[in-house]
Design a binder for this molecule. Sequence first.
Ligand code: SAM
Length: 220
Amino acid sequence: MRALTRKSLDLQNHWEQIYKNRSHAQVSWHQTHPTTSLNWILEHTEPSQPIIDVGSGVSVLMDNLIEAGYSNLSAVELSKSAVIATQKRLGSNVPLPKFYVQNILDFETNQRFDLWHDRAVFHFLTVESEQKNYIKKLNMCLAKGGYFLLATFAPEGPSSCSSLDVMRYDEMALSTLLSDDFRLIKTSHEDHITPNGKMQKFNYFLLQKISLPLNMKAIY
Ligand SMILES: C[S@@+](CC[C@H](N)C(=O)[O-])C[C@H]1O[C@@H](n2cnc3c(N)ncnc32)[C@H](O)[C@@H]1O
């Protein structure tokens, strides 16, 4: 595992403070049921397939997938406190996910995943070079035909979260970032109600990695 860069360390401290100082059920992105993510994963994958959750936080998505019989799960998360809290909650009687306490931009693995899930993480990347780096990692780690399930703030959603600026995406904004290596399968809009009762507009995207032979790509 590579050492964290200065920027990753600052970002890690930022998220550490949030998870140490706030009740996990009170963070604005808290969901009791990650319904859209879970339904789409169950619809498009089998329990034996490798799945990764990027910026897993303290989400119960892993719990729900384990309950559904998923046994090849991984998660990348900057905050050690969030990972420890998730591991404690899961206990030891289940096929535990592999957790990597890391910045996704520094993540390296030989494993190939059939689905890459990201709810409210990619939208924190506001610098073009970081967005490109993320997409490069995604392309490297996702198997051919694999799915990219992304949830971001929608254009009418908040412009910041946890004191950090965010990007907001609709289909057009996302497709200009992703190459023609991905085709959009479906989208969904969600009005997320925060624990304080505020409404935040989210967009969900399910994309599939297609792999055309190089000579075909030239035609498109
Ligand atoms: C808004 S929270 C969303 C958490 C979770 N996905 C959910 O839906 O409940 C963003 C999470 O991403 C993590 N995070 C932020 N930037 C990251 C990065 N570059 N690499 C890995 N994790 C990151 C934060 O620590 C935090 O747990």
